[in-house]
Ligand binder design. Structure first.
Ligand SMILES: Cc1cc2nc3c(=O)[nH]c(=O)nc-3n(C[C@H](O)[C@H](O)[C@H](O)COP(=O)(O)OP(=O)(O)OC[C@H]3O[C@@H](n4cnc5c(N)ncnc54)[C@H](O)[C@@H]3O)c2cc1C
Length: 395
């Protein structure tokens, strides 16, 4: 066992921890150790996500995170030096319930005010954007062409490699087992590979953020919630040729289609098709075993929207953990009762895409710079103050 010191210790090597590390290093804070318990980075939620990137949120603060993050992802290769396979083929939200059409009208107005180019589409126009899609019962759709999908591993490894080149130490296979707090401030981190004396800790442990906070006697309300992803291999005749006249095909772009009321979504993933859906019966917990019986509930919804899926075989599936807060808004910033402890967690189902901006914001806070962003909606203190109207568009 060895004892080290560091200016900053980051707990968690997913996209958030890696982004904070890179942004700290770019601000000249390089005496940083990132501690990840697994033998590889991105083994938590980051390695299990759908790669979706969108501007279309209901809360203005999330749209602002998207504007900054998507602009960053567009220049990621130049700025960070890694390939992230970013396809901006758009996100298509299908709306069947008049109440949701009304709510989206308010969101679209706000998104446009912030400079996001979002279109309203008729059901037929929506179907034309995603060949093979059935739009029965759909009243309206929204589409943003700059939304898309990118590679979570590329982003995480790009940030991590860049941070390491600037002097950050990445310690894999080391589990954080305790946080030392003296007179109300954090002074050290105990890990399975030794202790690190530090006055600044970043809790970037994703679904496990509540457990890390508890080590310092703090409450961070992040609950893990299992979500499934299924992969369908193409039908024998290929997606485009499936069915008479190609009417049962699937898009040949990476457009992300979301049936908002059911939360069923899909996009092309190379030759395959990736799809998923939320399960209202799911209860908080860390279990990521695939429940194949859930596929039986997804299939009728999926086939109704994309009939070609009835010709395709599901080749594999996995489950990962959303990191849910009570208002589905993230927590970015200090823990008021433990000086030196910061949190960047609780991004429900959209943390990957927000990791560039969120990491930048927290790095600015730690560096004592003005982040130029109102962080009130992301503060931990909001829960004690009665909470806020949170994000409605969690998919
Ligand atoms: C099925 C699914 C689909 C999703 N789809 C999307 C999407 O399309 N778009 C999007 O933007 N987001 C999506 N998300 C959400 C996104 O994946 C997460 O918000 C994001 O990855 C969170 O990143 P993170 O770095 O905070 O957490 P994680 O990636 O979970 O990283 C936390 C790390 O902390 C480590 N850790 C935990 N405890 C300790 C400890 N004691 N010591 C050391 N290390 C520890 C873990 O091993 C883990 O590697 C999806 C999530 C799931 C599950």
């Amino acid at each position: 066992m060895t004892t080290h010191t560091a200016d900053v210790v980051i707990v968690g090597g997913g996209c958030m921890g890696a982004s904070v590390a890179w942004h700290l290093a770019r601000r000249g804070i390089t005496d940083v150790v990132l501690v990840e318990r697994e033998s590889v980075l991105g083994a938590g939620s980051t390695g299990r996500n759908a790669g979706g990137v969108r501007h279309q949120f209901s809360h203005e603060a999330n749209v602002r995170l998207s504007l900054e993050s998507i602009a960053f992802l567009e220049r990621f290769q130049d700025e960070v030096g890694a390939e992230i396979d970013f396809h901006q083929d758009g996100y298509l939200f299908l709306l069947s319930d008049p109440a949701n059409v009304e709510a989206f009208a308010r969101h679209v107005e706000m998104q446009r005010r912030l400079g996001v180019d979002v279109e309203w589409l008729s059901p037929d126009e929506a179907a034309a954007r995603a060949p093979g899609l059935r739009s029965d019962g759909v009243r309206a759709a929204t589409f943003c062409a700059r939304d898309g999908i990118a590679d979570p591993n590329g982003v995480t490894m790009g940030f991590a490699r860049g941070a390491r080149q600037l002097g950050v130490e990445i310690r894999r296979g080391a589990e954080v087992t305790g946080l030392s707090v003296e007179k109300g401030r954090v002074v050290g981190v105990a890990t399975s590979a030794g202790t690190i004396a530090t006055r600044t800790v970043v809790n970037a442990a994703g679904p496990w953020a509540g457990r890390i906070a508890a080590m310092a006697g703090a409450i961070v309300p992040v609950e893990p919630l299992r979500r499934h992803i299924f992969i369908a291999a193409p039908p024998a005749a290929g997606w485009a040729a499936s069915g008479p006249g190609g009417t049962r095909g699937a898009p040949d772009t990476c457009v992300m289609v979301i049936d908002f009321e059911t939360s069923f979504y899909f996009h092309r993933e190379g030759a395959n098709l990736l799809f998923g859906m939320g399960d209202e019966a799911e209860r908080p917990g860390f279990d990521t075993t695939v429940r194949w019986d859930f596929l039986e509930r997804v299939t009728p919804v999926a086939v109704r929207r994309l009939p070609a899926l009835s010709d395709a075989a599901v080749s594999h599936a996995w489950a990962g953990l959303y990191e849910m807060t009570p208002d589905a808004m993230p927590i970015i910033g200090p823990v008021p009762e433990v000086e030196g402890l910061h949190v960047i967690a609780g991004f429900s189902g959209h943390g990957f895409q927000h990791s560039p901006a969120a990491g930048r914001l927290l790095a600015d806070v730690i560096a004592g710079r003005d982040p130029g962003f109102d962080l009130t909606p992301f503060s931990l203190a909001r829960f004690a103050a009665g909470g806020i109207a949170g994000e409605a568009n969690v998919v």
